[in-house]
Design a protein around this ligand. Structure first.
Ligand SMILES: Cc1cc2nc3c(=O)[nH]c(=O)nc-3n(C[C@H](O)[C@H](O)[C@H](O)COP(=O)(O)OP(=O)(O)OC[C@H]3O[C@@H](n4cnc5c(N)ncnc54)[C@H](O)[C@@H]3O)c2cc1C
Ligand code: FES
Ligand code: FES
Length: 1339
């Protein structure tokens, strides 16, 4: 068909939330996410990454199939769905599920009431994934539920409360069903109620929940059904500004189109083409969408296998294969089974629901999970073109390696034939990814062997790998050589060597995992070898003995199970008034709005007339002189309004908070990749982005380029001052100790990306008079933003009104960086005199804003035979990046908190912040302690290894025991530290489980378990009084309603909920009378940042003060009419001219630190905690599973146990990310390569412990903070290190069993790569020599 026949532009008809949409100008470049948000003003669906990796944009798509009369509902990522693909479909967004204006859906209600939202940014996506599952399965199983959430990331909650909400819909029992250790979760709850009446384990009450009533849901629009049934299908063509979309309906048409446009891609799910166009600069003027062609959707069960249409989604394929596996004899379905295994973890459900089989195959991506197994399984491809049809083996498309062109550009893939397996044939698939679910594989593999009948003599063998080269590759020579061999150890040995010789990996891979990949390549073959041996035994036990029992467990892959959990907290006193909410697990004030998508974040604020969108242009060099910036081409682009540079900054472009400046726009030189050089303002984000790519910057290289801590030490490049603390007589102590630990003496801890779900966002609106500007910004520190914007514009601070309603996660990352970005937007708004919106893409956010400091800790430790540590001499280096930000402070805190829970009598420590050419690093939850604490626990563990004592003994021996002083002479009472330790020991049944683990480890060779218990002392304080001052403003209106505001920011930590609880108690009125609107510099000036766990402490004091002032004024009126009610008193007060508005103030905590003397009182009080974690590792792959964690935390008297437990769990899971998975990768030129959830893996549902218990320590008082509580936002993160040390314990067991060197070093994050390398065996030796290479840090 010629294109001429199809040029008439069609109308795009689809439904959104029951409303018909007719789009006359559908643009093929427009994704559903932006259409919903910007065009339909449905802002509940969020942007988190734009690449299908986070699930924040999840919607439900419903389609009707007239032939079967079936409606299909499936979840999908709106960010990758072209609107043109939606013809005849119905879209349901979170707004369509329920709202506060109509009816809240049970999913929304339960998520909120189970405390499943904190910042709330991921919540609409979660709602949609759960809702879609329930539409298909009103009573799902646990397995279906965890699978439905695998594609949704949450950075705040740690998932436990979300899963609690999910469980309420599941048909499985709420019991853990495991009587391991003789108890199950319910027994423990019973025990608890028997023992401690004052304690509670219920954070929500299921009796309150509305039942799920499937009959209440939207029906599929009848009009769409009629359209599908009655209207003849016709070719659809949509023209956009730059692109054309053609959707043919017959195979002939498709062939004609492909002949006419051989370069045009066929787009089905857009999960391959979409990311290429968005992130890799690929552009296609014509797109052909073949999804409506029946031939490409066939499903045929043939006598020799299954034929599946190329446009079938991977989910449809999964269902087909699952049914076939259930129906056919096992012997025939081995290939199906192996493919199913890959499909279970491929992408998230949202990806599998749209991604097509054909797309996965034809993309020929190296990371395809399907191609290796389909190729090994002898699958056939049915290709069609104008020249006719032909079948080719799938393996042919990889036969000649990279660049092979077996499929001609004009050919299309119609279907794929997956054959039945035969007698004597064995087939398996393997994969190892940075995260078990929703992550592209590092290596995937498909292997098949066919034996001569009744023997184990190889007749045919296929081995294919993904991840090793630029596409799937085959170990062809190896397979040919091995034909005729018997399936035995000799063959294994030869095969391993042949494979390693044949599969040649490039010397460097973007992720640097070359050696790990090689190890996986042989390890997978070994696993296949074992699997086949075991299958042979099943077939003929007399001839084939199978594998040793202790090898068997490795054949089972780790599975995600629905976690079980218990949360224990103190009940309020019986005497407490039922209306008084303090101490009760109150739902987050915005919980319901999070779940309905009504909660407004910056980019949800409606468009301002004439507003412009900003896209930043960043440096591509780490250190260079800017020779020229040419904006001429950019200015010619459609929709472009202006380009903003340093020359447009009216006043301050460089802020000198210390010696080196913080810079808004680079002027003469750039000092890191990702530094903002200029910004393009245009009428849409797409136009701004396109034009930004046209700005040409010429550079001249400058020397040196310093990227690492080692480079900085070499060039003596530091931010001043360097800090040192010394306590006792370190040198003398080293002379008297029994042993000195010096050899290993070093640990490297990688940085961490904040990965708040809402990227940095600003909306700057000039008000048109007196240079006033409203700045809406996602920040933790509005006063600082106000100060920076005012300084950059050269206006007094009283002209800048900074507003923050809520922030979609921050974790320390929205302080100075948010100020610089707010300045960029405000300068642009000032220059253009228009409102300017700057929403960073996920990639830009990760590139520009820095994160947690990479860290090197070097140490020398002196200790006695009995485990007492007498002396520590340590040096800490942090990579501060290119500007100071808070790096020196972070370095300071790292040494102030380095003692963790231990009394070290002689201690010396230096800390230096390195100045490098990386993006500037900044504050991040824990602020230096997560790194220095890990160093401490590492040397504690090494002392245990040296002395032969257990790590817990060394911890106990050295723990603070009585009223003592820290290394900077601050007093502390460690009673609660010891109580947390003892309670955690008991609650986790530590010793019993340790014995059970030893037993397990004896019986399993390739799988090992490990356990660790880690104590924590977390000092609270901000270092000086003025940094912890706070203010509040409370108005009472004449109708009795109360408007509360204070200087704290809602980041998800529930501060407003807690402040309303405080005000409710103080004013003695129900919480429902009190409203919080926003934090603003217009209501509370000069507020300190919401950082350092201090928000509730300090703002709580200020709110209390304001309320007490008001109550004092009201008291005479109340006394006059004690039987009256609140409204009577307020009315009276107004009549008596009593002011009904009051400010409250808290001066802050006294704090000081004299670095010269090395002493002071920098902290106000201490929090304590202990975590015990158990893990299981797979020694062949390095994979691990978090089995159980028990946490006991002393947080004083909790103001809101649900919020506080949520903080502990969320921080803990962020800690798991830091210590075991999150890996930042830079190129040798300093370019951050991990710029999205596809490359950078934060914990997902599959990563949380299967058993996850948190108890708050009872009877703990804290005289320093409001209502005896303690500030706890950060503390839990460090407890994630218990997983790191549990992994170390498992690795130690492996190494001891194999007689390997006792001392070894492990760096953070302790990824699968490191675990695998540390478990040295014949395969690692084959690849990296006897003790491994430096890469793996062996000693
Ligand atoms: C977040 C995310 C996670 C992912 N995780 C995984 C994973 O874990 N494992 C894995 O293997 N993959 C993964 N993928 C890749 C995904 O499986 C593939 O992108 C998908 O299968 C491609 O199908 P599609 O329909 O979306 O392709 P499209 O993007 O629509 O098309 C991709 C390419 O295939 C070609 N094509 C499509 N159909 C045909 C046809 N019938 N004939 C000829 N050419 C055709 C197109 O021309 C185009 O070049 C992931 C992708 C994303 C975005
Ligand atoms: S925004 Fe769509 S998946 Fe992240
Ligand atoms: S609540 Fe999930 S990302 Fe914040």
């Amino acid at each position: 068909m010629s294109l001429q026949g199809a040029v008439g532009a069609a109308e795009l008809v689809f439904y959104v939330n029951g409303r018909k949409i007719i789009e006359k100008n559908a643009d093929p470049e427009q994704m559903l996410l932006f259409y919903l948000r910007k065009r339909l003003r449905l802002t509940g669906t969020k942007y988190g990454c734009g690449g299908g990796g986070c699930g924040a944009c999840t919607v439900m798509i419903s389609t009707y199939e007239p032939a079967s009369k079936k409606i299909r509902h499936y979840s999908a990522n709106a960010c990758l769905l072209p609107i043109c693909s939606l013809y005849g479909m119905a879209v349901t967004t979170v707004e369509g599920v329920g709202s506060t204006r109509t009816r809240i859906h049970p999913v929304q209600e339960r998520l909120a009431k189970c405390h499943g939202s904190q910042c709330g940014f991921c919540t609409p996506g979660m709602v949609m994934s759960i809702y879609t599952l329930l539409r298909n399965h009103p009573e799902p199983t646990y397995e279906q539920m965890t699978a439905a959430l695998a594609g949704n990331l949450c950075r705040c909650t740690g998932y436990r409360p979300i899963l609690d909400a999910c469980k309420t819909f599941c048909k499985d029992s709420v019991c853990c069903q495991s009587k391991a250790n003789g108890r199950c979760c319910l027994d423990q709850e019973e025990d608890l109620s028997g023992r401690e009446e004052k304690e509670s384990a219920r954070l929500f009450s299921p009796d309150e929940f509305e039942p799920l009533d499937p009959t209440q849901e939207f029906i599929f629009p009848p009009e769409l059904m009629r359209m599908a049934e009655n209207q003849p299908k016709r070719t659809l063509v949509f023209h956009g500004e730059r692109m054309m979309w053609i959707s043919p309906v017959t195979l002939d048409e498709l062939q004609d189109l492909k002949a006419a446009h051989p370069k045009a891609p066929l787009v089905v799910g857009n999960t391959g083409v979409g990311p290429d166009m968005k992130f890799r600069g690929v552009f296609h003027p014509i797109i052909i969408a073949p999804a409506r062609i029946p031939d490409l959707n066939v499903v045929k069960c043939m006598s020799d296998g299954l034929t599946i249409g190329a446009a079938c989604s991977l989910s449809v394929m999964k269902d087909i294969l699952r049914n076939a596996v259930l129906e056919l004899p096992e012997e025939k379905t081995k290939i199906f089974y192996a493919v199913l295994q890959q499909l279970r973890t491929l992408g998230g459900e949202q990806i599998r629901n749209v991604a097509s089989l054909g797309g996965n195959i034809i993309s020929r991506k190296s990371t395809s999970d399907l191609n290796p197994i389909l190729a090994a399984g002898n699958c056939m491809l049915n290709l069609a073109s104008q020249g006719g049809k032909r079948w080719i083996p799938l393996s042919d498309i990889f036969a000649n390696g990279v660049g092979n062109n077996t499929i001609r550009p004009e050919e299309v893939l119609v279907s794929v034939h997956i054959p039945h397996s035969r007698k004597g044939e064995y087939i398996s698939a393997f994969r190892q990814a940075p995260r078990r679910e929703n992550a592209l594989p590092i290596i995937s593999a498909g292997m098949r062997v066919l034996f001569e009948e009744g023997t184990d003599k190889i007749k045919d063998l296929s081995i294919f790998y993904g991840g090793a080269a630029s596409t799937t590759i085959c170990a062809k020579q190896t397979c040919q050589t091995l034909i005729g061999r018997y399936w035995n150890e000799e063959m294994l040995d030869e095969a391993s060597r042949l494979i390693l010789n044949e599969i040649v990996l490039p010397d460097s891979a973007w992720d640097g995992k070359v050696e790990y990949k090689k190890i996986l390549i042989v390890s997978f073959f070994y696993k296949f070898f074992l699997e086949v041996l075991q299958s042979l035994k099943t077939m003929d036990p007399c001839h084939y003995p199978g594998i040793p029992m202790e090898y068997e467990s490795v054949l089972e892959n780790f599975q995600t199970k629905m976690p079980q959990s218990i949360q224990i907290y103190q009940n309020v006193e019986l005497s407490q008034s039922p209306q008084d909410p303090v101490g009760r697990p109150i739902m987050h004030q915005s919980g319901i709005k999070h779940a309905t998508g009504e909660a407004v974040y910056i980019d949800d604020i409606p468009a301002v007339d004439g507003e412009l969108f900003l896209a930043v242009v960043t440096s591509s060099r780490a250190h260079a002189k800017i020779v020229s910036v040419d904006t001429s081409e950019a200015l010619k682009e459609p929709g472009v309004f202006d380009v903003i540079t340093a020359n447009d900054v009216p006043a301050t472009n460089e802020f000198h908070y210390s010696d080196d400046p913080e810079i808004i726009f680079a002027r003469n030189k750039v000092i890191c990749v990702g530094q903002i050089v200029c910004a393009v303002a245009a009428d849409s984000y797409a136009h701004a982005k396109q034009a930004a790519a046209k700005v040409k910057i010429e550079y001249e290289a400058l020397e040196p380029v310093i990227l690492t801590i080692e480079d900085a030490i070499k060039h003596n490049s530091f931010f001043e001052p360097k800090r040192k603390l010394e306590h006792g007589d370190v040198d003398k102590a080293f002379e008297t100790v029994d042993h000195i630990l010096e050899g290993t003496g070093e640990i490297h801890i990688g940085g961490q990306e904040h990965f708040y779900m809402e990227t940095q966002s600003v909306l700057a609106i000039p008000k048109g008079e007196d240079k006033e500007m409203d700045v809406f910004v996602s920040t933790q520190h509005p006063a600082f933003i106000q100060e920076m914007v005012a300084a950059s514009l050269g206006v007094p601070a009283n002209r800048i009104m900074c507003h923050v309603k809520r922030v979609g996660g921050a974790f320390g990352g929205k302080l100075l960086k948010a100020g610089l970005l707010a300045s960029v937007a405000s300068v642009a708004a000032n220059k253009t005199n228009r409102a300017v919106r700057l929403i960073l893409s996920r990639g830009d956010d990760m590139l520009i804003t820095g994160g947690r400091h990479p860290f090197i800790g070097k140490y020398k430790v002196g200790f006695m035979n009995d485990g007492r540590i007498r002396a520590v001499d340590a040096k800490y280096y942090i990579n501060g990046g290119c500007t100071p930000d808070e790096s020196v402070l972070v370095a300071e805190v790292s040494i102030l908190k380095m003692d963790n829970a231990y009394k070290i009598p002689n201690l010396r420590c230096w800390a230096s912040a390195c100045k490098t050419n990386l993006p500037s690093n900044t504050a991040f939850r824990g602020f230096g302690f997560p790194q220095s604490g890990l160093v401490t626990e590492t040397w504690i563990t090494e002392v245990a290894e040296k002395t032969g004592l257990s790590p817990e003994k060394v911890r106990e021996i050295n723990m603070y025991k009585e009223d003592e002083q820290t290394h900077f002479k601050q007093k502390l009472d460690p009673q609660n530290l010891i109580r947390c330790w003892n309670e955690c020991m008991e609650k986790s049944a530590y010793y019993g489980r340790k014995t059970a683990i030893e037993e397990f480890n004896k019986q399993n060779y390739w799988k090992k378990k490990g356990i660790a218990i880690v104590p924590m002392k977390f000092p609270f304080g901000l270092g000086s009084r003025y940094l912890s001052q706070a203010a509040a403003l409370v108005h009472i209106y004449t109708d009795g309603s109360v408007l509360l505001t204070h200087g704290g920011i809602e980041l998800g930590q529930g501060i407003h909920t807690k402040m309303i609880q405080v005000a409710s108690r103080e004013l003695n009125i129900p919480m429902s009378y009190i409203h919080f609107c926003e934090t603003s510099t217009t209501t509370v000036p000069n507020a300190c940042a919401s950082v350092g766990s201090a928000g509730t402490d300090v703002n709580g004091m200020a709110v209390k003060d304001a309320c007490q002032t008001l109550l004092k004024r009201l008291q005479p009126i109340i006394n006059e009419n004690p039987k009256g009610n609140w409204n009577d008193w307020i009315k009276k007060a107004f009549e008596q001219s009593v002011s009904l508005s009051a400010t409250g103030y808290f001066r802050g905590y006294d704090a000081n630190m004299d670095w010269e003397k090395g002493e002071g009182q920098p902290f106000t009080y201490f929090l304590y905690g202990t975590a015990c974690s158990e893990v299981e590792i797979n020694c062949l792959t390095g994979d691990h599973k978090n089995l159980r964690t028990d946490i006991v935390m002393d947080i004083g008297c909790s103001i809101n146990p649900a919020v506080d437990i949520g903080q502990i769990e969320g921080a803990f899971v962020q800690g798991i990310g830091l210590y075991t998975m999150e890996e930042l990768k830079y190129s040798p030129e300093g370019v951050l390569r991990t710029r999205g959830p596809d490359q950078y893996k934060i914990p997902a549902v599959c990563d949380i412990p299967e058993q996850f218990n948190v108890s708050l320590l009872s009877s703990s008082q804290n005289p320093y903070a409001i209502y005896s509580s303690k500030g706890l936002g950060e503390a839990g993160l460090f407890l994630g290190s218990s997983v790191f040390f549990a992994l170390r314990d498992a690795i130690t067991c492996v190494r001891n069993e194999r007689g390997l060197k006792k001392t070894f070093a492990l760096n953070s994050p302790l990824t699968a790569e490191q675990i695998r390398a540390a478990c040295t065996d014949d395969f690692t030796k084959m690849v990296i020599g006897r003790w491994g290479s430096d890469l793996f840090n062996y000693v």
